[in-house]
Design a protein around this ligand. Sequence first.
Ligand SMILES: Nc1ncnc2c1ncn2[C@@H]1O[C@H](COP(=O)(O)OP(=O)(O)OP(=O)(O)O)[C@@H](O)[C@H]1O
Length: 298
Amino acid sequence: MITVEHLTKGYGAVTAVDDVSFECVPGTVTGFLGPNGAGKSTTMRMICGLTPPTSGGSTVNGVAFRDLPNPGRHIGVLLDASAQHAGRTGREVLGLSARLLGVSQQRVTEMLELVGLAGPAEKRRVGNYSLGMRQRLGLAHALLGDPTVLMLDEPANGLDPEGIYWMRSVLRDFADRGGTVMLSSHLLREVEAVADHLVVIGNGKIVADGAKDELLHSGGLYVRGLATDALEKVLVDAGLSSQPTRDGGFAVAGDAETVGRAAAAAGIVLLELRPADSGGLEEMFLRLTSNDSRKDAA
Ligand SMILES: Nc1ncnc2c1ncn2[C@@H]1O[C@H](COP(=O)(O)OP(=O)(O)OP(=O)(O)O)[C@@H](O)[C@H]1O
């Protein structure tokens, strides 16, 4: 469980994180979404005690990170896969951490196997790893202490499609076994496939927080029929608010039964009647990306 309460961080005139509160609960994957410079990394750094907040606080399983006796046994963190000792081999990196955490070398072997680095790869220096291999090692490192919480900053960076699919299945499995997962991304599509819950941050502030299905389908219904003009008239006559879409359909605020019955009564053949795509969230996300990206300004 991760609990964030009124977390705020100012850097001079910039408020990188502005009164942010949310929870990541056991058994779920929370996608922490926001454009570049939105405040994702700063929030994560505060959660794991690397950056002191200006105000507010956060806990992991009810305890402030800095007060956890052996933090790696509670929360596995992957903030920057490239920040690993380049001169050590993959096995050495994990082996040293295992000694610090008090876990066995057998666990090191298991984690290397889990992330697909067992064999020749584990004997290569991390400096010679691709970014995707570093992400795999970073995930093995995060899982090493058998924590109940995982917090990962952009873990899909550098992974190929097969690697992204694999990463999702590891995270999904971790959550399905009761673990808490928080992962950040600046790509909605990337977290959509794995997250149950979404927290969206823009310009340091939370702009959306809720179940993924609710947020993605807050755009109402999508309907498309054979006779476009007639369908539009039917929707108007039924008192339903609708917007034409570029592909000849309509985004409708209403329930499927009302739309379906109204179309049937008018003898209109419907080709599609379904929840709208992630239009609402995606549009909001695009707006954030165009207006709130502070990377350019920074
Ligand atoms: N150490 C720092 N000193 C000054 N400003 C900082 C510092 N760290 C972050 N910032 C600023 O805080 C804001 C949020 O940055 P942060 O790295 O948390 O965003 P992010 O959402 O993780 O972005 P990205 O996806 O690009 O990593 C940015 O405007 C950034 O320039």
